[in-house]
Design a protein around this ligand. Structure first.
Ligand SMILES: Cc1ncc(COP(=O)(O)O)c(C=O)c1O
Length: 397
């Protein structure tokens, strides 16, 4: 199925062609699925793909490695590359973002004078945990705080980056507020002082158009469970062309060796290309499942998804504010990703989510932020109205 739909303004097109995709997601038959910022719905074709995986294992056995499985971290990564503006062969698959972050940060010596790692205060906690662990190896971690809990001021990030900075880590879209950060400006500043930049694209890839090549970022990571509809166990790592020779990840494994099947003991001889950022045996079934989601997002196109997302999230904000609810995401669609956060007292958040769940509307709650609600390309305008209406009926007196 190939759809092209240009949407603009705040009016729904007479016929929203993207709604034809609803048939591909079984859960939509009975559930209002507003939670693809957390776990996207399963596409039907993932079931077929997983059956293909077991059939291949059953019929081909160990031959499957040389018939495609071994190269899957790169061939599957190519489906991500086309979504984020990377050349083919520059994205490898791993289990999750945390592993990718650990691999990238293990490329650097944190003992020297250039030992600063600048991160944004709304970065995902897992990334923070890895960075603070580097303090044991001499790293100085500078986390640029958010004053409003929603955004981290660009100027404060730029000011924190100096000649002692080795790595700058930015979450492109903040998981707590959906605020979109200016990656281009931060990358430019990082490069001006000789630092590298790693972007966490988990909350932007698949819902916000991206071009890592034009942005010039050195590394980017993300995963599949959310907007990319790929299910758990498949994260990705992009490394800018040209960086391979200069980087030697300490967090490594035999799949990163130049000649892995020679099984040479002793120090590793790194592969000359993107394979040097691999580690051990790849997570093959997760990649089978994940490919289905990537294919769908590629088929529709992120520009089309973004146009609908901006219109529907704007509509949701208008409805929420008209009902007297508190919106805790940027008002300007250009400054936010695909999620809207509605403020609720922390003590009530989980109960509100549970009650919405009883009404067959799936959303989630993050302490200090609020209830996160996300339409995706399959969402109808009626579901937008229904979600805000049910939410208001629970929280308003
Ligand atoms: C921005 C962001 N980064 C990272 C993660 C998690 O990464 P991992 O793949 O390590 O579970 C999430 C959500 O789970 C996220 O929203």
């Amino acid at each position: 199925m190939s759809l092209t739909l240009q949407e603009s303004g705040t009016q729904a097109p007479a016929e929203d062609l993207l709604l034809a995709w609803r048939r591909e997601f079984p859960i939509l038959e009975h559930t209002t699925y507003m939670i693809s910022h957390s776990l996207g719905p399963m596409p039907r074709r993932a079931e077929t793909a997983l059956a293909e995986y077991t059939a291949t294992w059953a019929s081909r056995g160990i031959r499957a490695w040389e018939e495609g499985w071994w190269e899957m971290p790169v061939t599957c990564g190519n489906l991500i590359a086309s979504l984020i503006g990377a050349p083919a062969g520059r994205v490898v698959m791993h289990q999750n973002v945390s592993i990718c972050q650990a691999i990238v940060t293990s490329c650097f010596d944190w003992h020297g004078a250039r030992n600063k790692l600048v991160t944004d205060g709304l970065n995902f906690p897992s990334n923070d945990y890895i960075y603070h662990g580097l303090a044991r190896q001499g790293a100085e971690i500078v986390s640029v705080a958010s004053r409003d809990g929603m955004t981290v001021p660009l100027e404060a990030i730029l000011a924190a980056i100096d000649e002692r900075t080795r790595l700058v880590s930015i979450s492109h879209v903040a998981f707590r507020s959906s605020a979109l950060q200016d990656l281009a400006a931060i990358t430019e500043r990082a490069h001006a002082v000789g630092a590298y930049l790693i972007a966490d694209l988990y909350q932007s890839a698949g819902i916000v158009p991206l071009d890592v090549t034009a942005l010039g970022v050195d590394f980017a990571t993300g995963g599949s469970v959310k907007w990319l509809l790929g299910g758990p166990g498949a994260g990705y790592l992009y490394v800018k062309p040209g960086l391979d020779e200069s980087l030697q990840p300490v967090a490594t494994g035999w799949a990163a060796h130049a000649h892995p099947f020679e099984f040479v003991n002793g120090p590793i001889e790194y592969a000359p290309d993107i394979h040097r950022f691999l580690n051990g045996t790849p997570n093959v079934p997760a990649m089978y499942a994940a490919r289905s989601g990537y294919e769908i997002v590629n088929e529709i196109g992120v520009e089309v998804i973004r146009a609908k997302s901006k219109r529907q999230t704007q509509r949701m904000i208008e409805l929420a504010e008209a009902a007297g609810l508190t919106v805790r995401s940027p008002r300007n669609p250009e400054q936010r990703g695909g999620t809207i956060i509605l403020g609720v007292p922390d003590a009530d958040g989980r109960a509100i989510v549970a009650e919405l769940g009883r009404r067959q509307i799936l959303v989630d709650f993050r302490p200090g932020a609020g209830v996160r609600i996300a339409p995706h390309f399959y969402t109808s305008d009626d579901e937008i109205v229904q979600t805000v209406h049910e939410f208001a009926s629970i929280v308003l007196p």
